[in-house]
Write a protein that binds this ligand. Structure first.
Ligand SMILES: [Ca+2]
Ligand SMILES: [Ca+2]
Length: 468
């Protein structure tokens, strides 16, 4: 007798279900609320369903029914009190429109009414640069009324299978991808009622590989220039995928100074790449290598003076072959020469020289004029150091007026060779977020060197100083 075995089971279940029903307190009053949802004028999408969510003394959801110009529904027997009424206009089950009325009073005296206007809940995605060499994509989209946040979906397939989702409260999102090719992006709005609104139109962007030609090793490295002609910024480069190496060749002569910088963290927006840069000689022996230029950045930077004529190689890679992203390569070749002895250095942060200068002083009169400005804020002014201008001259670099402390300038090297001298000027600025003195500064440096009647070439370098 199979049936008889089920009977006792049902008998036991029924009383339990009854006991779990909420028991209304006898004194609470009940009333009825009529919800009307109307469309904002000019909205084109056809809404095929609408759902209302009440929050207040009770929380309740109900599907509304279509009327000739909108949707409506009746909520009966709800406790009196103040409610918030949210209505989602649905397309294919997803919220295409949204509206909300707060402070809706349901009283016992008469049936209450609320009208909620439904407005678009779908963001519009802005433009990208396409094609892009950037593995960091900046996506912007329109703000949606009553949205608490946005979910940005990035996928390599138009059906958004295996999409990555980025949630943010902003109308700009930073997305990262380690893949090449077409990427698809769409955005959804979200709030306390709508978990994921209807998706925006899908936009696509191409991530392409290096636009500046690079090689994979010494044998395939393209020559980017001969000596000073190699100097410049090479952009639109990627280490992609992780493990990629970019190689460049450069022809130099013994004594040439070579500065190589790889910018990634300091790009705007910053790249995900943590670069390392290396210089190899003709026989592939490592000459110099750098991971981080200093403690404040992941950018790589090195400087070396090459010791033989011929081809040298620059290699850019991600740290431990693990990171990927785009970067810009700065190359600076200063034609050879011998570092000369700097006899004296005079430096101040508090001059009265408010402009940016690069000058050479060759007479005592010019020196006296300069000294007046150099010591401009000191009372009484000290006399200028005596310089024999038949034997020596002064190279001056000023940074110009700055609104705070934290800035400094130096001439860290003077090379002799070719047509005259090359002075390397380093301008230092405080790292973002550093606490700096609130005082106007005007950094100046002057170096005294052996007289040279050739030209003086200034080579510029900028650095960010760590806080402290
Ligand atoms: Ca590459
Ligand atoms: Ca690094």
């Amino acid at each position: 007798m199979r049936h008889s075995a089920w009977v006792p089971f049902l008998v036991v279940l029924a009383p339990l279900a009854c006991a779990q029903e909420p028991v209304a307190s006898p004194e609470s009053e009940k009333s009825t609320l009529r919800i009307v949802a109307t469309m904002e004028q000019g909205t084109a999408t056809e809404i095929n369903a609408a759902r209302a969510t009440l929050t207040g003394p009770v929380t309740q959801s109900l599907d509304l029914v279509r009327t000739h110009d909108g949707f409506e529904g009746l909520v009966k027997q709800i406790p009196t009190g103040t409610y918030s009424v949210a209505v989602e206009g649905l397309v294919g089950g997803e919220a295409d429109r949204f509206g909300r009325m707060t402070g809706v009073v349901v009283s016992a005296d008469a049936p209450s009414n609320v009208t909620v206007t439904l407005r678009s809940f779908v963001p519009t995605v802005g433009d990208f640069l396409s094609p892009s060499t950037s593995t960091t994509l900046v996506v912007t989209y329109s703000a949606v009324r009553l949205a608490a946040g946005y979910v940005v979906e990035l996928a390599t397939r138009p059906d958004f299978q295996t999409a990555s989702r980025t949630a943010t409260a902003e109308t700009t999102a930073l997305l990262f991808s380690a893949a090449l090719g077409t990427h698809y992006i769409r955005v959804r709005a979200t709030n306390e009622v709508v978990q994921l609104g209807r998706a925006s139109e899908v936009r696509s962007v191409q991530i392409v590989t290096d636009q500046t030609v690079s090689g994979d090793d010494a044998a395939t490295a393209p020559t980017i220039g001969v000596r000073t002609a190699a100097s410049g910024t090479y952009d639109a480069l990627n280490i992609l995928p992780a493990g990629d190496e970019d190689w460049f060749a450069i022809d130099v002569m013994a004594g040439d100074s070579l500065t190589v910088g790889v910018r990634s963290a300091s790009l705007d927006p910053p790249s995900t790449l943590n670069p390392i840069v290396a210089v190899m000689d003709e026989t592939n022996q490592l000459v110099a290598e750098n991971d981080d230029a200093d403690g404040t950045t992941r950018d790589a930077r090195l400087r070396t003076v090459v010791t033989s004529d011929g081809t040298y190689f620059l290699r850019v890679a991600g740290l431990d072959g693990a990171s990927a992203g785009h970067y810009e390569l700065d190359v600076l070749v200063v034609a050879g020469g011998v570092a000369i002895v700097i006899a004296e250095v005079h430096t101040t942060l508090l001059s009265s020289i408010r402009d940016r200068r690069r000058t050479v002083i060759t007479t005592a009169t010019e020196w006296q004029d300069f000294w007046n400005d150099f010591t401009g804020v000191i009372v009484p002014q000290p006399d200028p150091p005596i310089i024999d201008f038949t034997e020596r001259m002064v190279i001056v670099a000023s940074m110009g007026e700055r609104a705070t402390g934290g800035y400094a300038i130096a001439i860290d090297e003077v090379l002799e060779g070719g047509e005259g001298l090359t002075a390397r000027v380093v301008e230092m600025s405080p790292a973002p977020g550093c606490v700096v003195a609130l005082a106007i500064t005007a950094p100046v440096t002057a170096v005294v060197v052996p007289r040279n009647d050739g030209t003086v070439v200034f080579v510029e370098e900028t650095r960010t100083q760590a806080c402290g």
